[in-house]
Unconditional design. Structure first.
Length: 115
């Protein structure tokens, strides 16, 4: 059974930084591409960043390009999202996803950026 557990969210002032983590278990982590989505109240869940199984390829939404960095440690089975220069519009619940035989989701972690 796949389990994804996010952590690292919190309250931060605009311009600040946070690093989210997503610990995976139940599958061979290094076999699968991973991603981060976010969902603000009343909004759809949007893809923020994605990374290939090896980490050699990444994707970023235009809104976070240059500010966020996705990475992974396959030995630790952990996905990261380094978020710098945070803006109030980055406030949302952030979810990690594993794209395997089906999509596996974590429970989410709240990020709140105050102006």
């Amino acid at each position: 059974q796949v389990q994804l557990v996010e952590s690292g969210g919190g309250l931060v002032q605009a311009g600040g930084s946070l690093r989210l983590s997503c610990e995976a278990s139940g599958r061979t982590f290094s076999n699968y591409a991973m991603g981060w989505f976010r969902q603000a109240p009343g909004e759809e869940r949007d893809l923020v960043a994605a990374i290939s199984w090896s980490g050699s390829s990444t994707y970023y939404a235009d809104s976070v390009q240059g500010r966020f960095t996705i990475s992974r440690d396959n030995a630790k089975g952990t996905l990261y999202l380094q978020m710098n220069d945070l803006k109030p519009e980055d406030s949302a619940v952030y979810y990690c996803v594993m794209w395997g035989d089906r999509d596996y989701w974590g429970q989410g972690t709240q990020v709140t950026v105050s102006s």
